[in-house]
Design a protein around this ligand. Structure first.
Ligand SMILES: NC(=O)c1ccc[n+]([C@@H]2O[C@H](COP(=O)([O-])OP(=O)(O)OC[C@H]3O[C@@H](n4cnc5c(N)ncnc54)[C@H](OP(=O)(O)O)[C@@H]3O)[C@@H](O)[C@H]2O)c1
Length: 283
């Protein structure tokens, strides 16, 4: 019987493969280049007709950034532009890949983009015994695939320019499975994983990546929640926390800490304990 021959991966006689130098790991420094001076910076906020996106656009405009706001509600975007001279509106549905490409090209034609924040989000409380597949697919399209369209349109240009920052707005609801989160939670879990992978791939290309993990924020998205939202904050407080996180060069910017530290602890619990705690809490 003929023996299978396994070729060595690199013959002993071959010259050792030259590896690109790896940047030293700075364990205690900021994970991203900190951003504290926003003057003149070109910033695109996708999902900024209300809530966290609008409040962040307002805060960054106030700090001197050149802000472009996108979302579907054209009138809300125009109101923003009227109230914030020098800003610009690019109406857009993020589930439309071609429209995202066109908007990105329009922005890039004006010069490098310094920061892009994907805030577009869709949320309906849903449980497994009342599953609505089309709405679940809608969550995936707006919350996750829309982010991919934006990244597809921008990453090559940002890598070529060798600087810039990408932020995706996830949620602490992506840490673990939660009641009412059948449609929403998995999209946010996907964004968390996506942001970590983007960070690893882009950190040596000069492009910063951050994950925004809000707790409860009072916005149209949460207006229909029928339960008490612990540690609820305003969109302006959320925007301030994001600005602080970018200034510290954080990878994950989570807030308010009095709520999100607890959620991070839940994330570490063994399944048995986690499920028991939720049952005890009547969830
Ligand atoms: N509020 C919270 O407690 C909370 C907590 C954790 C995470 N978040 C996340 O924070 C982000 C912002 O949400 P928010 O709370 O500020 O709610 P919001 O005020 O409802 O903002 C959602 C934004 O997404 C835009 N959007 C939705 N579908 C879109 C689409 N197909 N194309 C383009 N834009 C679209 C909306 O604008 P148009 O309707 O005009 O398109 C709006 O500007 C979301 O990713 C949300 O999941 C919120």
């Amino acid at each position: 019987m003929q023996k299978t021959q396994f070729a060595p991966a690199s013959p002993a006689s071959a010259a050792p493969e030259k590896r690109a130098p790896v940047a030293p790991v700075r364990f205690f420094g900021p994970l991203n280049p900190p951003i504290s001076d926003w003057r003149g910076k070109s910033v695109w906020l996708v999902g900024a007709s209300s809530g966290i996106g609008e409040a962040t656009a307002t805060a960054l405009h106030g700090s001197g950034a050149r802000v472009t706001v996108s979302a579907r509600k054209e009138r809300a975007l125009q109101d923003f532009v009227r109230a914030h001279p020098g800003s610009r509106a690019l109406p857009l549905d993020t589930t439309n890949r071609a429209a995202v490409q066109v908007a990105a090209q329009t922005l890039l034609a004006d010069g490098p983009l310094d920061c892009v924040i994907y805030c577009a989000g869709h949320y309906t409380a849903m449980r497994a015994f009342a599953m609505d597949l089309s709405d679940m697919e809608r969550h995936m399209q707006v919350n996750y695939t829309g982010a991919l369209y934006v990244l597809e349109a921008l990453i090559p240009a940002m890598v070529a320019q060798g600087h810039g920052h990408l932020s995706v707005v996830g949620s602490v609801a992506g840490y673990r499975g939660l009641p009412n989160s059948l449609a929403y939670g998995p999209t946010k879990a996907a964004l968390i994983n996506l942001a970590e992978t983007l960070y690893l791939d882009l950190r040596d290309k000069g492009v910063g990546v951050s994950l925004i993990s809000p707790g409860f924020v009072q916005t149209p998205l949460t207006a229909n929640n029928a339960f008490d939202m612990p540690a609820l904050i305003s969109p302006a407080q959320a925007a301030q926390a994001m600005v602080n996180g970018w200034a510290r060069g954080e990878f994950e910017i989570h807030f308010p800490k009095r709520f999100t530290w607890g959620m991070q602890l839940l994330r570490l619990l063994p399944d048995r304990l986690f499920f028991a705690l939720l049952k005890r809490a009547g969830l």
